[in-house]
Design a protein around this ligand. Structure first.
Ligand SMILES: Cc1ncc(COP(=O)(O)O)c(C=O)c1O
Length: 437
């Protein structure tokens, strides 16, 4: 007779638990075979790697947020002022906003983006909803076009573009394609390639355009080039979808950074605009933005626009019900008060001025060192980002050996440079470029 070995209490527990899970097991639909692991978001992965790097030399040039000269987040003084006023307001409550958001905010956002004297406002053919920052505005626009455009055309994105455009428009069921944008040779705009692609795109395509401070390249069309883009888009009956995340942050001048949108509206296009207040107010986490739809001038433009507004409201209700109040309250105070507005313009000049200074400083240092290649694109590009032309292999060496963090495509956030790290960064780039050229 076989004698069973005495069972220890823990192995008995294990057997019991495996028996229980066997009996209780139901078949799972969401197995690894059905739901593959998604790749980590490249930018957020980069931020994590930077945080975990113990080096005291490390430099963060991946971050898409403004930093002051001490590499610290900067609360705009005017935002602090508006924030304090809101806190001290005895009438403040935490009620829901309406579906379209804070009306004082959307009305001011609208004036800011198309101009207070725009015919679109006068003729009641623009509607505006507050959104979850720029991302939410891009999404709301994409969802609307996907649902209501009778032809459901392809949306053309610049190559390259802000990576999230690809996922947002794909998620709402639009087909995406690209048009050439960046020239590797000149590190400027591939204008001929862009125009050719716009001409070749099927009539009535949707064209995503960055209004200013193109992300990730920092390359913008000149005003004359915008005029030519508009001409081709009119000939081909394309629909402009403007994404504006850097108004005032790019040049320090709010009107100048909205020039392309003003021009297209003046030209009578039917178009839409996704507007973010993350960068120009430093309200990143408050998710403050707006979506605007401008109907083309015509007898039934105001009626069409009212219908569009009503459908946008239904979409918004089903997705977020109503937008968050806090950031909109801050922005609204500033946008609607002439003296706070003037202070905001000053803050915008502080941010854009420091970035421009870093551009000049980096170019000067690389040229002084005789770093192989040409570096004039560092100052001709505009806004938060610069497409340096550094290769993926060079970016890897910069990260592994110099603790400098940037995206694989060689994009740097100029806001990550400051007077304490610019010499070190120039030295790192010089060393890596020499070693590989
Ligand atoms: C081109 C572009 N569009 C939209 C956004 C949206 O940003 P947010 O959702 O933070 O306003 C960004 C942010 O980096 C951007 O660069």
């Amino acid at each position: 007779m076989v004698q069973n070995a005495p069972t220890s209490p823990s192995s008995a527990r294990d057997r019991l638990s495996s028996l229980t899970s066997h009996i209780m097991a139901t078949s799972s639909v969401f197995t690894p075979a059905n739901v593959a692991a998604a790749p980590e978001d490249p930018l957020f992965g980069l931020m994590k790697a930077y945080r975990e790097d113990p080096s005291d030399k490390k430099v963060d040039l991946g971050i898409g947020a403004y930093r002051d000269n001490n590499a610290k987040p900067w609360i705009l003084p005017v935002v602090k002022k508006a924030d304090d006023a809101i806190h001290n307001d005895p009438n403040l409550n935490h009620e829901y906003l309406s579906i379209g958001g804070l009306a004082d905010f959307t009305a001011a956002a609208q004036k800011l983006i198309v101009g207070a004297d725009s015919a679109a406002i006068r003729e009641n053919r623009i509607c505006s909803l507050q959104t979850i920052s720029g991302t939410g505005a891009v999404h709301l626009g994409g969802a609307f076009l996907s649902k209501f455009h009778p032809q459901k055309p392809t949306i053309y994105l610049s190559n390259p573009t802000w990576a999230n455009h690809n996922q947002i428009f794909t998620n709402v069921g639009l087909k995406i394609a690209t048009y050439p944008y960046f020239s590797q040779q000149t590190k400027g705009l591939d204008f001929d390639g862009m125009l050719q692609a716009l001409r070749a795109a099927p009539a009535g395509s949707i064209i995503l355009l960055h209004a200013c401070a193109h992300n990730p390249t920092g390359v913008d069309p000149s005003q004359d080039q915008w005029r030519q883009i508009a001409t081709v888009m009119r000939e081909r009956s394309h629909f402009p979808f403007f994404d504006t995340a850097y108004q005032g942050f790019a040049s320090g001048d709010l009107t100048r950074d909205a020039w392309a949108i003003h021009y297209f509206v003046e030209q009578g296009f039917e178009l839409c605009v996704a507007q973010s207040f993350a960068k120009n107010f430093g309200l990143y986490g408050e998710r403050t933005g707006a979506f605007h739809f401008v109907s083309a001038p015509g007898a039934d433009a105001a009626a069409a626009n009212r219908n569009i507004a009503s459908q946008l409201a239904i979409l918004q209700r089903s997705e977020i019900s109503n937008p968050p109040a806090y950031g909109a309250r801050i922005a609204s105070r500033v946008l609607n008060d002439p003296s706070l507005f003037a202070e905001w313009e000053e803050d915008l000049r502080t941010m854009s001025g420091r970035i421009q200074e870093m551009r000049r400083g980096l170019r000067e240092r690389l040229e002084a060192r005789g770093t192989p290649g040409s570096w004039d694109h560092i100052t001709s590009q505009i806004g938060m980002f610069s497409f340096t032309g550094l290769t993926e292999a060079q970016v890897k060496v910069l990260r592994d050996e110099w603790h400098v963090y940037m995206t694989k495509n060689g994009r740097i956030s100029m806001a990550g440079l400051n007077t304490h790290n610019i010499d070190y960064f120039a030295e790192a780039v010089d060393s890596v470029v020499r070693a590989t050229s």
